[in-house]
Design a protein around this ligand. Structure first.
Ligand code: GLY
Ligand code: MN
Ligand code: MN
Length: 442
């Protein structure tokens, strides 16, 4: 049988992260690593459990998403061992390893009880570190350390640089996510409610809600101004204006993070979306190795300020609006973040793997990435322009009020806001747009 297309990439991925892990272990004084998938979390005083999400450091090694209690044991020089926890409970379907590209890369040991998990590991774990939930029973395991910060930091730092396997997974997560976006847009055009658009998205992705990498933001009209809007209104809008959809899909534990803003009708707001799309594409063109992400963020604020001036929302120059704080009333978040196993992936502020933080610009406290880009980084590019009453309301009576044309705000505020977000993989020369590439004709 021919290899699955991902099989070779996955083997190379394990070799690469094995090398990185071996260096991190040696530098931290450990000889082995236990990566815990996490345990199923029970609801207080109930027999139900919250949807299970396997821990990201475990998923870096094994795309096993539905087997709480499982472990990966890494020892440099040995094949990684997967201790696959199977719950033998007649109430539920026991987890099974999929016929996929990855299980054969492991030495797999099945464990049908918590005791069997420990028994599947060497008796002496005195040089091994554990990453996962710090459970009371670990005291009896004889581990060298639980979640040692120095080792965790090194591994988090290393996760920013994705292997070709990880980029292939993120490419697929984007392809699936864009299928969902197309289905969701069609539902919006047919007059659907936020709830119906959400269901169309999930069906378009072929994923149940708990499989999506984060709660989709499905915002109609003014709600598009709420950055992490979480409501799914059931009522259909009488006269829909805007859909801001921030939603991704999952593949093998990796998630896409995609935003599109749609205007229902032609007109000024639709033209503004077009302008923001140009801004977003211009910022994407800045993405290449060596660029400081803070510079890209600053360019985003400058260009958005230019658009605000162009459409008459601000009365001062774009330059003044950067200095006096007006521009950031309309764009109060960071222009992007690292993406991977976690939607807001780890390591965004690390100066290097041993310590030190790269500071955020003081005027941009919401920025989530301050590192220089390297080949293999995957970042989102998500400039926005919003009419957020929680920020504009207080400004109405303050010293900044004279810099804003409130009539123009009044015209545009019912449309909520605009965000356009793509996922970009940094290459040796520039970047690959994983989101737009997913829909490009072949
Ligand atoms: N979906 C959350 C974000 O864009 O960061
Ligand atoms: Mn997003
Ligand atoms: Mn994002």
């Amino acid at each position: 049988m021919p290899d699955h297309p991902l099989a070779r990439l996955f083997r190379e991925h394990l070799e690469e992260i094995g090398r990185r892990t071996a260096r991190a272990l040696e530098a931290s004084g450990f000889e082995g690593l236990l990566l815990h998938a996490g345990d199923a979390l029970g609801v207080f005083l109930d027999d139900q459990q919250y949807p299970f999400k396997a821990h990201a450091p475990f998923r870096w090694w094994a795309p096993l998403l539905d087997a709480p209690g499982s472990l990966v044991h890494v020892r440099p020089g040995h094949a990684p061992r997967l201790v696959f926890r199977i719950e033998t409970d007649f109430w539920y379907q026991p987890a099974a390893l999929p016929e996929a590209w990855w299980p054969q890369a492991f030495e797999v040991v099945e464990a049908r009880s918590p005791e069997a998990v420990r028994a599947a590991l060497p008796a002496n774990l005195g040089r091994a570190a554990w990453i996962g939930d710090d459970r009371p029973d670990l005291a009896g395991w004889g581990l060298a350390a639980v979640n040692p910060p120095g080792l965790l930091r090194r591994l988090d730092y290393q996760r920013a640089r994705k292997t070709p396997y990880e980029i292939a997974c993120l490419r697929e997560a984007n392809r699936i996510g864009m299928q969902g976006h197309r289905a969701a847009e069609a539902c919006f055009r047919a007059g659907g409610s936020e709830y119906e658009i959400h269901q169309a998205l999930a069906a378009g992705c072929g994923q149940r809600e708990q499989e999506l990498p984060y709660n989709a933001i499905v915002a109609l009209d003014e709600a598009a101004s709420v950055l992490h809007y979480q409501v799914l209104r059931r009522g259909r809008p009488a006269a829909p204006r805007t859909l801001l959809l921030d939603a991704g899909a999952s593949f093998a534990g990796y998630g896409s993070d995609i935003t599109r803003t749609h205007a229902f009708a032609d007109g000024e707001f639709k033209a503004l979306i077009g302008r923001m799309d140009e801004v977003q594409q211009g910022l994407c063109a800045m993405v290449r190795p060596g660029v400081d992400w803070r510079d890209i963020h600053l360019a985003a604020v400058e260009r958005i300020a230019g658009v605000l001036h162009e459409v008459g929302v601000i009365r001062c120059s774009a330059e003044e609006s950067l200095a006096n704080g007006v521009a950031r009333l309309f764009f109060p978040h960071g222009v992007g973040h690292l993406l991977g196993l976690q939607v807001h992936d780890v390591g965004g502020f690390m100066a290097d793997e041993t310590g030190g933080t790269l500071p955020k610009p003081p005027q941009d406290p919401a920025l989530r990435l301050t590192r220089r880009l390297e080949p293999g980084f995957v970042v989102t590019m998500e400039p926005g322009l919003y009419f957020i009453e929680a920020l504009l309301g207080p400004a109405r009576g303050g010293p900044l009020a004279r810099h804003i044309d409130w009539d123009r705000v009044g015209v545009l505020q019912p449309y909520g806001g605009i965000r356009i977000e793509d996922d970009l993989a940094v290459t040796a020369e520039g970047c690959e747009n994983l989101t737009r590439g997913a829909v490009a004709p072949h």
